[in-house]
Design a protein around this ligand. Structure first.
Ligand code: SF4
Ligand code: SF4
Length: 313
């Protein structure tokens, strides 16, 4: 392997094997090119309708979001990877509920470490450069995962891997490596509406998620007071919401992750609502300084615990 211009299947498969060796559950390859017109129009309409709610950052850097080649000079390929986070242990049903993706160590750190190792493998073997992306640069993650053949975007807005479900983190390498792309995934939800019917905020009515009605967005992204409807819909949730994934039939056979970083600590599993309401900054740092939960900050987590169902211990 000695050229960024190589288009051999063998090269592509060697990178895929390395991704699996690094623990990724899926790896696919798409040609780096502008995002398709229909996907751009749907996204622009979503922003124009205000469905991104308080996530202002989703309206920025549209030019880059619509063309991953702007992320790296000479980019030829988007490599999309997925890493399973479905836990083998869940919180007790009455505990203050955290979305399962936030049970363990921050996925940005875990996925990025592996992506850097995949980038090194590519560079050592081909000289090609790569830029790792994990939810911190403007790139259409699910779009590229679908284009790279990993799965399809479900009505719940998650990337669904056929036979394995949606409890996966996504990451990308935008790379100068030039290989034959995989076939895009052509599956869809069909006439299933389970997530739409189960959503406690009615956020999945229509063609796309409405973040103004999504508990996950409100509990995690919103600063200050929450809209009134949240207190009625929130149940025992204090960080995020997994309902539209838990009801999805594609997740009924979800297998537990083998990534130890994602295993919840006994302390997290034992947390009560009262613990959160009375939590000190030091305990918050101890529990969450390497966790996605730090995004809410302590005041946000306390705010959420105060409105969570009172029967939550
Ligand atoms: S995360 Fe919860 S509130 Fe948001 S769309 Fe899914 S089910 Fe609805
Ligand atoms: S619950 Fe049904 S409609 Fe929703 S994402 Fe899963 S398959 Fe699609």
């Amino acid at each position: 392997m000695d050229s960024c211009q190589s288009s051999s299947l063998e090269l592509r498969e060697s990178v895929r094997r390395k991704a699996v060796e690094l623990g990724f559950d899926a790896c696919g390859f798409a040609r780096a090119e502008p995002v398709g017109r229909m996907a751009v129009e749907l996204y622009d309409r979503w922003i124009a309708d205000g469905r991104n709610d308080c996530m202002d950052y989703m309206a920025r850097y549209g030019e880059v979001r619509n063309d991953p080649r702007l992320l790296l000079d000479g980019a030829q390929t988007v490599i999309s990877v997925a890493l399973n986070y479905y836990p083998d242990r869940r919180q007790p049903a009455k505990a203050p509920q955290f979305a399962m993706y936030a049970y363990g160590r921050d996925y940005h750190e875990v996925v990025k470490e592996r992506l850097y190792r995949l980038a090194s493998f590519i560079e050592e073997n081909t000289g090609c450069k790569s830029r790792p992306c994990v939810d911190t640069v403007p790139i259409r993650e699910r779009y590229w995962a679908q284009r790279a053949g990993i799965g399809f975007i479900g009505r719940n807005n998650m990337l669904i891997i056929p036979g394995r479900g949606s409890f996966f983190f996504l990451g990308e390498l935008v790379t100068t490596l030039d290989v034959v792309p995989d076939e895009p995934c052509a599956l869809s939800c069909g006439d299933c509406l389970r997530c739409e019917k189960a959503c406690p905020g009615r956020a999945l009515q229509g063609v796309s998620l409405d973040a103004r009605r999504c508990l996950s967005c409100q509990l995690i992204e919103r600063r200050g007071d929450l809209p009134e409807w949240v207190a009625e819909a929130v149940g025992g949730r204090v960080y995020g919401c997994d309902t539209c994934q838990l009801v999805c039939p594609h997740n009924h056979g979800a297998m537990p992750t083998e990534v130890q970083d994602f295993v919840p600590s006994p302390e997290l599993l034992a947390l009560t609502r009262r613990d959160i309401i009375e939590m000190t900054p030091a305990r918050f740092r101890h529990l969450f300084s390497h966790s996605a939960v730090r995004r809410t900050r302590l005041d946000g987590l306390r705010r959420n615990a105060l409105i969570a169902a009172k029967e939550t211990p």
